[in-house]
Design a protein around this ligand. Structure first.
Ligand SMILES: Cc1ncc(COP(=O)(O)O)c(C=O)c1O
Length: 473
């Protein structure tokens, strides 16, 4: 038996999948992270001694030392003299972000659009805060008043990270915001006057409906199909009525999961130029570069905004995002931002930007994408034969209910079966009637098994049909 084979037999853990001979330490650190995220390595588990792993993988001991150090830096491992290197345990005072889940007892929450819960996220945050607390210049910067657009260094870091995601935005075009919802509100509040009209898909993100309502704007629905907004319907609307701004989620509509083709984007831009509409693209429902179409700010830089936030990749509690705006409109937005709250909090930006720039966020995104792929496969399997629509990066699916189901009854009866869903009404613009369809979020359950239980309960309910209603007297 070779040294390699002997070492492989003795090692308590080996990275799954291929570790290329001579692999760099970061690859191995990523594999450790993935094993922890998947539960293969548990808190307290001991990693193989460095020499043994080096022999098993046919790399130098130095590579293993660097990989363990890198994993330690990310807050994944802890090394103790005499007891080797172990997976960090969960301390009782570590932050727990799962309180958002509405599910109680046996109830399974499929109503919230939140990142998939995972202990790695909290470990990463804890390590990032520890790192930041040891950097006097970062602390000093975080305590300073910032310019309206946000800390210049953070804008550069964010622009660099977005470029790596194929979103090529100059740092000068960015304003930092307190999440995506704030950026949506800022654009409407700074650029659209009360009484003016904005238009969006007839089914859209409820936060946008709330913004328009709060600001006294007219919010006009535009009919949709499987690609989202229909250009013919938009053009008819613009012929009848002055519209100032178009709100779109071309990658992945919340709630319908519609994805807009390139041809349709160009058609929308043609109409926007003809009728002088601003285009607000909301990219908060984050889609990986390889599945993303051309953002509107590339097609129509003079009139398109783009919103990014870390809510769907890092956490919704962090409250950090940004707005890309046409240069000519930045002064108006900056003035609006200053009037609201001066600028994005430096400390929040420091945490979020370190998370993105250090590469930790990418590890989390890769893990989440893999987990999403498994959850989407499950969705396909459970709802085979039903009319539903989903996007591979999406946190939700849109299920058209078979007759005679009504959405409100389905949501109510699902609740009795221990599954929490949100009804379609909050997504309807104006007085649009609610469709007989529901949004099913696949991310809140901590495990895929729990998701499977929830989806099976819904499928059984669909198959059984609505319980008979009492006759009216
Ligand atoms: C389309 C869309 N925009 C904005 C938001 C709000 O984002 P944030 O949490 O960054 O404010 C959400 C949240 O679900 C969303 O789905």
């Amino acid at each position: 038996m070779s040294i390699k084979e002997k070492a492989q037999q003795r090692a308590s853990w080996l990275p799954s999948g291929q570790t290329p001979a001579g692999a760099r330490y970061k690859t191995l650190a990523d594999q450790i992270a993935a094993a922890i995220a998947s539960g293969e390595l548990k808190p307290g588990d001991r990693l193989p001694p460095q020499r043994l792993l080096a022999d098993a993988l046919e790399v130098t001991v130095g590579t293993i030392t660097r990989a363990y150090k890198e994993a330690e830096r990310r807050g994944l491992l802890e090394a103790k003299v005499g007891s080797g290197t172990r997976v960090r345990g969960k301390h009782s005072d570590e932050p727990n972000f799962h309180h958002l889940s509405k599910a109680t007892g046996d109830s399974i929450d499929l109503s919230l659009s939140i990142p998939i819960p995972c202990a790695l996220r909290e470990r990463q945050l804890s390590a990032i805060m520890a790192r930041l607390s040891e950097q006097p210049s970062a602390l000093h910067n975080a305590l300073e008043y910032q310019s309206e657009k946000g800390n210049p260094e953070q804008r550069k870091q964010l622009a660099a990270w977005l470029s790596g995601q194929n979103l090529h935005i100059d740092a000068d075009e960015l304003l930092l915001s307190i999440g995506g919802q704030h950026a949506d509100f800022l654009v409407l509040q700074s650029l659209i006057r009360p009484g003016e009209a904005v238009a969006s898909d007839a089914l859209t993100y409820p936060g946008m409906i709330a913004c328009a309502r709060q600001l006294g704007l007219k919010h006009l629905p535009v009919s949709m199909d499987r690609e989202g907004m229909r250009p013919d319907a938009l053009e008819r609307l613009c012929e009848r009525q002055r519209v100032r701004l178009l709100y779109l989620m071309p990658e992945h509509n919340n709630p319908t999961a519609a994805h807009m083709s390139e041809q349709r984007r160009r058609e929308i831009v043609r109409i926007a130029r003809k009728y002088d509409l601003l285009i607000l693209e909301d990219g908060v429902q984050f889609v990986s570069a390889e599945l993303r179409g051309t953002p509107f700010f590339e097609l129509a830089p003079e009139r398109a905004f783009y919103i990014f936030s870390v809510s769907k990749i890092l956490s919704g509690g962090l409250r950090f995002g940004c707005l890309r705006a046409p240069s000519a409109l930045i002064p108006q937005l900056a003035a609006g931002l200053r009037a609201q709250f001066w600028s994005s909090p430096g400390i929040v930006g420091a945490v979020a930007c370190e998370w993105l720039a250090s590469g930790d966020a990418d590890i989390l995104i890769n893990w989440q994408n893999q987990e999403l792929a498994a959850r989407h496969a499950l969705l396909e399997q459970v709802f085979r034969g039903y009319d539903f629509h989903a996007h591979p990066c999406g946190f939700h699916a849109w299920l058209h209910l078979p007759e005679p189901w009504r959405a409100s009854d389905f949501v109510e009866q699902a609740r009795h079966r221990g599954v929490t869903l949100v009804s379609p009404e909050p997504f309807c613009v104006g007085t649009q009637p609610a469709p007989q369809a529901v949004r099913i979020c696949i991310t809140p359950p901590t495990s895929i098994e729990s998701l499977e239980t929830g989806l099976n309960r819904l499928r059984d309910l669909l198959a059984e049909g609505p319980s008979p209603t009492a006759p009216l007297v």
